[in-house]
Design a protein around this ligand. Structure first.
Ligand SMILES: [Zn+2]
Length: 192
C-alpha cells in the first residue's frame, strides 16, 4: 500500500483571511458535497482569543465585491446562504531544499508535519516530551499525534510518540473514520 514521506512545516505567525459562502443542507456535485466557495482576501499576524483559539474575524459588509458569488458547480449563492470570514494559519517548509511548500493548514498536502502552538493549552491535547503538540496531515485528514484517540480513553493521550520530527514513530496505528488507516514509522505514513 501507499507510503508517504513526512516533511516538517512551521508556523509563520501569519494567517490568511478567507471569505466563504456555503449553503448548508444543499447537494452539490463538487468535492464538498454542498455548495461552497472561499477566496483569500488578505493576510495578517495570527490573532488568538483569550482561550487560545483563532480569533473570529469580523466580516466585511455583504456588498463587498470580494465575497464569492458562485459555487464551482455554477450555483449562485442567495442572501440566505451562510456568510463566513475566517483565519487559517500559514505554514512554510522548514527544510525547503527537501520539500518546498507554503500554504494554510487546510491546504497542507499529505505528509506535512507541524507543531501547532495553540493546541498546547487545549483540552484533550497532551504535549510530548518536547513540550509541544505535533500533527500530521494524512490522506484522510489532519491527525494530531499528541491528542486523545476517538476510540481510546477520554483523558489520556492516544499514541506514544518518539523520534525527532519529521523522523517520528507513533503507536498504535492511526484510524481516521473510514478514510485512512495506517502507521507512522520513522517519518513515513504507511497505509494498512
Ligand atoms: Zn455547488
Amino acid at each position: 500500500m501507499g507510503k508517504i514521506q513526512c516533511f516538517l512545516v512551521e508556523e509563520t505567525g501569519n494567517s490568511a483571511i478567507f471569505l466563504r459562502r456555503y449553503a448548508s443542507g444543499s447537494v452539490c456535485s463538487g468535492k464538498m458535497g454542498f455548495h461552497n466557495a472561499s477566496v483569500q482576501i488578505d493576510q495578517q499576524p495570527t490573532k488568538f482569543d483569550s482561550e487560545g483559539y483563532l480569533e473570529t474575524v469580523t466580516p466585511p459588509p455583504k456588498d463587498d465585491p470580494r465575497w464569492p458569488t458562485r459555487c464551482e458547480c455554477g450555483y449562485e449563492f442567495t442572501a440566505q446562504d451562510e456568510w463566513q470570514c475566517y483565519q487559517d494559519e500559514l505554514f512554510i517548509s522548514k527544510n525547503p531544499e527537501i520539500n518546498n511548500w507554503s500554504g494554510t493548514c487546510r491546504q497542507m498536502p499529505p505528509g506535512a508535519m507541524a507543531y501547532i502552538s495553540r493546541y498546547q493549552t487545549w483540552p484533550f491535547y497532551y504535549p510530548g516530551d518536547d513540550g509541544k503538540v505535533l500533527m500530521v496531515m494524512t490522506p484522510g485528514g489532519e491527525w494530531v499525534i499528541d491528542s486523545r484517540a476517538n476510540n481510546g480513553p477520554k483523558d489520556a493521550r492516544g499514541w506514544t510518540r518518539s523520534g525527532t520530527p519529521p523522523l517520528v514513530t507513533a503507536n498504535p496505528s492511526i484510524l481516521i473514520g473510514d478514510r485512512y488507516h495506517g502507521w507512522l514509522r520513522n517519518g513515513w505514513l504507511e497505509e494498512c
